[in-house]
Design a protein around this ligand. Sequence first.
Ligand SMILES: Cc1cc2nc3c(=O)[nH]c(=O)nc-3n(C[C@H](O)[C@H](O)[C@H](O)COP(=O)(O)OP(=O)(O)OC[C@H]3O[C@@H](n4cnc5c(N)ncnc54)[C@H](O)[C@@H]3O)c2cc1C
Length: 385
Amino acid sequence: MKDFGLTEEQRLIRDTVKGLAKEHFYPGAAAADRQCKPPVDNLKVLAGHGFTGMFMPEDYGGAGLGLMENVLVVEQIARYCANTAMLFSCTDGATPRALLGVGTEEQKQRYLPRLVSGELLTAWSMSEPNAGSDVGNVQTRAVLDGDDYLINGSKLWCTAAQVSELFLVLVRLDSSPGMKGVGAMLVERDTPGFTVGKHLDLLGLRGTGMAELVFENCRVPKANLLLPAGRMRELLAVLDADRISGNPPVCLGIAQAAFENVVQHLKDRHQFGKPLADNQGLQWKLADMAIDIEAARALLYRAAARVDEGKPSIVDTSITKAYVNQMSVRVTNEAMQLAGAYGLSEEYPYERYFRDVRGMSIGYGTVEIHRSSIAREILSGRYEF
Ligand SMILES: Cc1cc2nc3c(=O)[nH]c(=O)nc-3n(C[C@H](O)[C@H](O)[C@H](O)COP(=O)(O)OP(=O)(O)OC[C@H]3O[C@@H](n4cnc5c(N)ncnc54)[C@H](O)[C@@H]3O)c2cc1C
């Protein structure tokens, strides 16, 4: 793996988390998937080593580090346990970033130190039966009633719902059309009228505790309003950094793992009296996979570095997410092919790698929606090559 001009501290962070993930997370990775069991104890290990809230300012107990460090950490965790990486990037991602970016000082003081210490796990919830790519169609409603909001509605596909204590929930606050009427509330798990509903089991990432959320006259204090209606663009801008650290490094780490495993397999397995790796046709496939992985890594590190330099770009985020997502599907699919029937067996990790990356082209904005965003920036002249 190349170092991309990483500082000594960044390399130390990367190598430390890699060691932890390999030793502590990899042994349970297959079971977390098979049993649909979120590996929450791994988050305690990460918190114990100071990896939660790394990007949080020191005033709130964090280390004040950048997006690059976040990306390096998530990539290495995903290389050894994708479910741990998803849980980590979820609890340590959208909600704390949103609190930091648009929360009141009182909300920050109330929640951020507990998020940094790893005591409080969080999830964020936008999706609904009729609101997926179309965020402006959120129908879960929050209505002011005295000093509280009453929330009614339901949510889908909430990653980490089963293990989280605090939820960032997008709600419709007034009748303004589309996104203009949407805002965000902070909902604690034990709030009366709020239920973490049915477990939702998708093709992959089965150990992320995904569930639906149900709100039935759920009464939330006014002080938990995170974002009033009319300011969704601010929240989406804050979450743009999370689109870089929360999704592509998971795909990159998994693709790297699939690649490493299959390289070893081709060296070890003999057919027609020689190692599979001696066939030039297969060597070229490995070379193409390496090209794909390194191109994705370069895009991802570039996007993170630009954010850390104070030059974030929506188009960088979308190009990165779309490319890394699709690279990971190509690479994990090819790894299954190269491993033959072993590639499809549950006894080996290849089929899990493929299943785990497949949904990442859908979560956090589909590849199609990101393509539309890239095209919009190009055609408007805002994107400079
Ligand atoms: C692994 C995973 C984790 C997730 N975690 C969370 C979470 O924690 N919280 C949360 O709120 N949600 C989560 N989601 C849900 C995710 O945000 C939505 O699935 C996503 O926004 C797409 O919405 P949809 O599934 O309703 O698809 P739709 O919006 O119905 O789209 C269906 C298809 O149509 C395409 N499409 C839609 N509109 C357009 C258009 N205008 N132009 C071109 N193509 C279009 C899409 O690209 C897609 O291929 C998760 C999803 C996955 C797979």
